[in-house]
Design a protein around this ligand. Structure first.
Ligand code: ATP
Length: 653
C-alpha cells in the first residue's frame, strides 16, 4: 500500500515536470519545480532525513541562544496545546536546522527516522518540498500535507510552518508543527496553520520587547480591547524618532502605507516614524498607558482606519546617566546640561566648537529652555571664565534707559543722570561675556548703537566723544523668530547677520528624552541646597514625563520646588504636583495614575479584595464584576494581572 502510494507520488511529480496539470496548491508546484530545476533533486531517489552531528548542531544553537531563550515559553505553550493531537514542535534557524524540538519521547525512534528531531536539516535544497524548507524559501506560512512533499519518503507526514522574522525584518527562524499521521483532507490542518501563525507573532513580539527594553516601544491595534494583551503592530523607536525595530505585521503595514504614498519601500529600519504615522518622538508621551485609552488614537499618514496606541518610554535605568558618547568630549559646563538627548547634544557639540572664539552667538529656543543657562555654561567653558558674565534683559529695560544702561554716560550728560556718571553694562562686561537676553525686544534705535559696538569693538558712553575700545564676547538670546522680525522691519537685518555668526537652538523640554535625568538632577540640586533628599513616586514621575511643559525647564524647576515644599516624608506624590499638571492628566487623576504605575495601591484596593470570588460569581465576566464592585473595568483587569487571575477559558494559553 505504502509502496503503491509512493510510486503514484513519483509519477505525479514526474508528470508535472512533463507539463501535466495537477490540483495541488501553486506554492507546492513551484517548489517541486525548484527541487528539480534548481536543487537538482531526483524524485525517484528518496533520501533519509539528515540529522546534524552534535558539534555542528551546537554551533547552530549557540548562534541563536538569546532568541531560543526568549522563544522558549511560547514554544512550550504551543507544544502543550498540540501534543495531545500527536503533533511535535520544531523550531529551525533560517537555514532550516532544527535547533529546538519537543515531541513524545515514546515515539523517539520513529520521529528521529522521519526527521522530526533535534538537529534535523529541513532545507529545501536537501529535503525537497517540505513545510520548513519551502516556508524558508518563500517567506510564507504554509501547510505541506502528506503527498505535497517532494520526497516520497516524507509523504506520510503533515507539516505546518510559519516564518519568524527578526526586528529588522530578516528571516530569523521557522516554527513548525508536524505529525506522523493525519486525516487525508488538507483542510484538517487549517486550524494548525492559524495556531502556528499566532505563536510566531507572539514570539516576534517577545523578541522585539526583549531586544529593545531601553527604547520607546509603540504598540498599535485596531481594537482598543486588544491593545494591551495582543497588539497587531509593535515598533521600537529611538530617541531621534526613527524606527529601529518592528514585528512582521508592522512591516506589512508599513509596506502597504509606503505603496499608498507612492513609494515601494520594504525595509523600514532608520525611517522616521513620522513618515508613516501622525506622530513623532516628541508626541509619543501623549500615548502613555495611563492616559484614557479612547484618547490614545492615531492614523497612518495616508489616513485610513484609526489605530489605538500605547507608547512605553525607555525605563529610567536605561537612560544614560552620563552624556552619550561623544558627549564626554564636550567641556564640562556643557556636558552637565543634558544626558543623551540628541538635539541637546547637537546644539552643545556646535557650541563646543566655538567656545574659545570671539564669534557672537545667537541662542534660540522657547521660553525657559535654558538659553541663559547655556550662555553661562559657554562663558564658564571659555577662556573668559574668570572675567565678568553680564546679563541684560532687553525686554525688561525701559526703552528710555536702555542706551544709558548699556553704554553708560558721563556725569551730567542728561537730566536725571547720576552725578558720578555710569560705566554701562557693556563696559562692565570688559574681558568677559555680555549676554543680551530677549534681543528681539530691543528698540530699533538701541539696535543701531549695539551694531556699532559689535562692528567697531568700541563703545562711546553718552556725553563722551572719545570711544573706549572693548573686548567682550556677545551672546544674544531670543524666543522670538528673528527672521520674521527682520521681515516685519522691527529688527535690523545687519544686526541679525552680525549676531548669527553661530546659531544654537535649544529643544523644548517636551521633545527631550532626558527629562527623567533632568528631574533627578534638579532634585539633587534641591537637596544640595537644603539638605533634604526628595523622591518622586512612580506615579508622580510618570505624570511629569507625560506632561507637555509649555514653560520648559523653568516650569519644571518651579514644579519641583513647589512639590518639594508641599510633600510630606520627602516623597513627592501626584497630589503634591502643581494643579496644571494634575489637570493635564485628562481624567487619569492621581488615584488612577498611582494605581497604573504602582500596582493598584489605590483607594479602590479594598473594593477589590474579594476579586476572585466576585469573578467566579459573575462567571469571569469582567464588565459585570466592575459594575458590582463599582470600579473601572481596566482596574479589574489590572488587579487580575497582578494577582495572576486567569479566566478558565484562557488558562492553557
Ligand atoms: N540644563 C539645565 N540644568 C539645570 N537647570 C536648568 C537647565 N536649563 C535651564 N535650567 C534652569 O531653568 C530655568 C530657566 O532657564 P533659563 O533662564 O536659562 O531659560 P531661558 O531660555 O533663558 O528663559 P527665557 O526665554 O524666559 O529667558 C533656570 O532656573 C535655569 O537654572
Amino acid at each position: 500500500m505504502i509502496r503503491q502510494s509512493r510510486v503514484a507520488h513519483i509519477d505525479e511529480v514526474l508528470g508535472l515536470m512533463m507539463g501535466q496539470t495537477s490540483e495541488r496548491d501553486r506554492v507546492i508546484h513551484e517548489s517541486w519545480r525548484r527541487c528539480v530545476t534548481e536543487h537538482g533533486l531526483d524524485p525517484i531517489a528518496s533520501r533519509d532525513a539528515y540529522i546534524l552531528p552534535q558539534e555542528r548542531l551546537n554551533e547552530h544553537r549557540d548562534a541563536m541562544e538569546e532568541f531560543l531563550h526568549t522563544a522558549r515559553f511560547g514554544l512550550e505553550t504551543l507544544y502543550r496545546q498540540v501534543s495531545c493531537l500527536d503533533y511535535v514542535m520544531l523550531l529551525t534557524d533560517a537555514k532550516g536546522v532544527t535547533v529546538d524540538f519537543m515531541g513524545d519521547p515514546t515515539y523517539s525512534g520513529y520521529l528521529r527516522k522521519a526527521g522530526l528531531y533535534l538537529g534535523s536539516d529541513w532545507h529545501e535544497e536537501l529535503a525537497g518540498t517540505c513545510a520548513v524548507g519551502t516556508c524558508i524559501a518563500t517567506g510564507e506560512p504554509l501547510i505541506v500535507h502528506q503527498s505535497d512533499h517532494f520526497d516520497a519518503s516524507h509523504i506520510s507526514l503533515t507539516c505546518t510552518c510559519a516564518p519568524i522574522f527578526d526586528t529588522n525584518g530578516d528571516l530569523a527562524a521557522a516554527l513548525d508543527i508536524s505529525a506522523l499521521h493525519s486525516p487525508e483532507p488538507k483542510l484538517s490542518q487549517h486550524l494548525a496553520l492559524q495556531l502556528v501563525r499566532s505563536f510566531t507573532h507572539k514570539i516576534e513580539n517577545a523578541n522585539l520587547l526583549n531586544r529593545f527594553r531601553g527604547e520607546w516601544i509603540l504598540k498599535l491595534s485596531k481594537a482598543q480591547e486588544f491593545l494591551d494583551i495582543d497588539p497587531e503592530y509593535i515598533l521600537a523607536v529611538d530617541a531621534n524618532g526613527c524606527i529601529i525595530g518592528h514585528n512582521s505585521r508592522t512591516r506589512e503595514l508599513l509596506a502597504r502605507e509606503s505603496r499608498r504614498l507612492g513609494d515601494e519601500k520594504d525595509r523600514f529600519i532608520g525611517e522616521p516614524l513620522s513618515a508613516f504615522f501622525e506622530c513623532d518622538v516628541s508626541t509619543l508621551p501623549r500615548f502613555a498607558r495611563f492616559r484614557p485609552s479612547d484618547q490614545r488614537t492615531m492614523r497612518l499618514v495616508s489616513g485610513g482606519a484609526m489605530l489605538f496606541a500605547q507608547a512605553m518610554p525607555p525605563p529610567l535605568a536605561s537612560l544614560p546617566r552620563q552624556p552619550a558618547t561623544p558627549g564626554p568630549n564636550l567641556p564640562l559646563p556643557l556636558r552637565e546640561m543634558f544626558s543623551g538627548d540628541p538635539m541637546m547634544f547637537e546644539a552643545l557639540r556646535r557650541a563646543a566648537k566655538i567656545v574659545g572664539t570671539q564669534m557672537s552667538i545667537l541662542i534660540q529656543g522657547e521660553t525657559g529652555t535654558g538659553k541663559e543657562h547655556l550662555a553661562k555654561a559657554l562663558h564658564a567653558a571659555s577662556p573668559r571664565a574668570d572675567k565678568p558674565f553680564v546679563a541684560v534683559n532687553c525686554a525688561a529695560l525701559p526703552e528710555s534707559l536702555i542706551e544709558s544702561e548699556l553704554f553708560g554716560y558721563e556725569a551730567g550728560s542728561f537730566t536725571g543722570a547720576a552725578s558720578k556718571g555710569k560705566k554701562g553694562l557693556v563696559l562692565g562686561a570688559e574681558g568677559g561675556t555680555l549676554f543680551l537676553d530677549e534681543i528681539g525686544d530691543m528698540p530699533l534705535a538701541s539696535q543701531t548703537r549695539l551694531l556699532r559696538v559689535l562692528a567697531e569693538r568700541e563703545v562711546t558712553p553718552l556725553g563722551k566723544v572719545k570711544p573706549i575700545p572693548i573686548d567682550i564676547r556677545v551672546i544674544a538670546a531670543t524666543h522670538r523668530d528673528l527672521v520674521e522680525l527682520v521681515k516685519a522691519k522691527s529688527f535690523r537685518e545687519d544686526l541679525y547677520f552680525r549676531l548669527n555668526g553661530a546659531v544654537l537652538t535649544l529643544p523644548p523640554l517636551r521633545s527631550r528624552i532626558d527629562v527623567k535625568w533632568l528631574i533627578e538632577r534638579l532634585l539633587q540640586r534641591g537637596s544640595n541646597r537644603d539638605g533634604a533628599r526628595r523622591h518622586l513616586s512612580d506615579a508622580a514621575l510618570a505624570a511629569l514625563c507625560a506632561y507637555s511643559w509649555p514653560g520648559n525647564v523653568r516650569e519644571l524647576v518651579n514644579c519641583l520646588d513647589y512639590a518639594s515644599a508641599v510633600c510630606s516624608e520627602q516623597q513627592i506624590e501626584v497630589e503634591d504636583l502643581p494643579e496644571s499638571i494634575i489637570k493635564s492628566l485628562n481624567g487619569a487623576g492621581p488615584a488612577a495614575l498611582a494605581a497604573d504605575r504602582a500596582g493598584d495601591e489605590s483607594p479602590q484596593s479594598d473594593a477589590l479584595n474579594g476579586l476572585e470570588e466576585a469573578l467566579r460569581e459573575h462567571h469571569w465576566n469582567v464588565s459585570a464584576v466592575a459594575r458590582a464592585l463599582a470600579v473601572d473595568r481596566s482596574t479589574v483587569h489590572r488587579r487580575m494581572r497582578r494577582l495572576g487571575l486567569v479566566p478558565p477559558q484562557k488558562r492553557d494559553f
